[in-house]
Design a binder for this molecule. Structure first.
Ligand code: NAD
Ligand code: GLY
Length: 357
């Protein structure tokens, strides 16, 4: 097992990464929340049949009373309705402020449960147990918790750090190739924004099969990059924006396809390609960057072309959370491992994008 610590004033927490860790959940929670008597475990309909039993027996073995709440799998669960359902279920279970919540699942469950934990009874201890690659390398670390509202994704949320993140790499064995590929988009992103040697390893592993022999190291490297960025800019006002490489255009793709045809990872993968094409054109990025991104993402099953409607880009850009006023903080990779954030007027970015798609 490998351990990282996210150092934030008064809110340090560990990221535990390894095989066969789910069964240690109860004893680890008892160490940090010794007064807890009850534990609400939030999970989804795909994850529950696979992992809720082992999690439940680990928690009951240390004397916790457990309520498992299983929600429908999918992005639609990150809603005000499901949040309200969680409040009712937890209050009906008569939890108190010393009790705890566990998010067992992907980023949807992690974001929703984190927001629930941050608000119920003005905040209870919250533990992340991510079971997708995307959640293990990105969403479970850093404390961004949120729900979606009709006007957009993640528009209601908070910064609320977990007490720890427990990453059992064995859970990835049950992921479909498609969901695994989504996580690889974020993994590859870390290489391009911060670590060329890491990217070279991902290039040499070529595909899921190649990467699977190195999962603990891959997850450790990604979490280590993310924790350093979060430590330097927890509230996302500066450096943390580099994590959005590929995301501005990824969001345009997700929105144009009504958040259904292309998942976040697929959209971010092609979003990185487009950001690099634009960077090359504007001389912000080294030549050849976009081809390098295309090659590595295609090996991991991510699309290297997605058709976009030129007339529907502007609206999404203006709603982007990375925008400030009508300017967007656009992330360029200048050369592999290095980034630059450039403020671009939304109207100008719109024109640029129309010219490269
Ligand atoms: P997800 O939670 O919907 O999981 C994807 C699918 O995998 C679901 O069908 C789920 O049931 C299934 N699944 C989960 N674990 C499994 C397992 N071990 N075996 C088999 N199936 C499993 O999606 P995701 O890709 O994990 O996360 C996407 C969400 O994360 C989005 O809502 C996005 O906004 C959010 N996100 C948040 C942050 C953050 O910093 N908070 C960062 C990135 C993404
Ligand atoms: N996933 C982007 C962030 O945590 O800031």
């Amino acid at each position: 097992m490998k351990t990282l610590t996210v150092n934030l004033p008064g809110r340090d927490y560990d990221i535990l990464i390894g095989s066969n860790l789910l069964k240690t959940l109860g004893e680890n929670i008892k160490k940090l929340s010794p007064k807890a008597e009850k534990c609400v475990v939030v999970t989804d309909s795909n994850v529950a049949p696979l992992y809720s039993e082992i999690v439940s027996s680990s928690l009951t073995s240390v004397g916790l009373l457990v309520k498992i709440i299983t929600l429908p799998a999918g992005e639609a669960t990150k809603s005000i309705e499901k949040l309200s359902f969680l409040y009712n279920e937890a209050l009906d279970f008569k939890i108190t402020r010393t009790d705890v919540a566990v998010a067992l699942g992907g980023g949807v469950i992690g974001d929703l449960t984190g927001f629930f934990a941050s608000t119920i009874l003005r905040g209870i201890d919250f533990y992340q147990v991510p079971t997708t690659l995307l959640a293990q390398v990105d969403s479970s670390v850093g404390g961004k918790v949120a729900i979606n509202v009709p006007l957009g994704k993640n528009l209601v949320g908070a910064f609320y750090q977990p007490k720890f993140v427990l990453i059992d790499t064995d859970t990835l064995s049950t992921l479909s190739d498609d969901i695994f590929a989504d996580g690889m988009a974020e993994v590859i992103k870390y290489g391009f924004i911060r670590d060329e040697a890491f990217l070279e390893k991902l290039e040499s592993y070529e595909n899921r099969k190649g990467a699977e022999a190195h999962l603990e190291e891959i997850i450790y490297t990604c979490c280590d990059i993310k924790r350093k960025v979060v430590e330097s800019d927890e509230l996302d006002t500066g450096e943390r924006m580099i994590l959005n490489f590929g995301h501005t255009l990824g969001h345009v793709i997700e929105k144009q396809y009504n958040f259904s045809t292309y998942t976040h990872g697929k959209a971010v993968g092609y979003g990185m390609v487009l950001a690099a094409v634009l960077g090359e054109k504007l001389k912000e990025s080294e030549d050849g960057l976009s081809e390098r991104i295309k090659k590595v993402i295609s090996g991991y099953g991510l699309p290297t072309f997605i058709s976009l409607d030129k007339n529907k880009i502007a609206d999404t850009l203006l709603l982007d959370k990375k925008s400030s006023g009508k300017a967007i903080n656009f992330v360029f990779v200048t050369k592999c491992g290095a980034t630059k954030i450039v403020k671009i007027a939304a109207s100008e970015l719109n024109e640029h994008i129309k010219n490269i798609i």
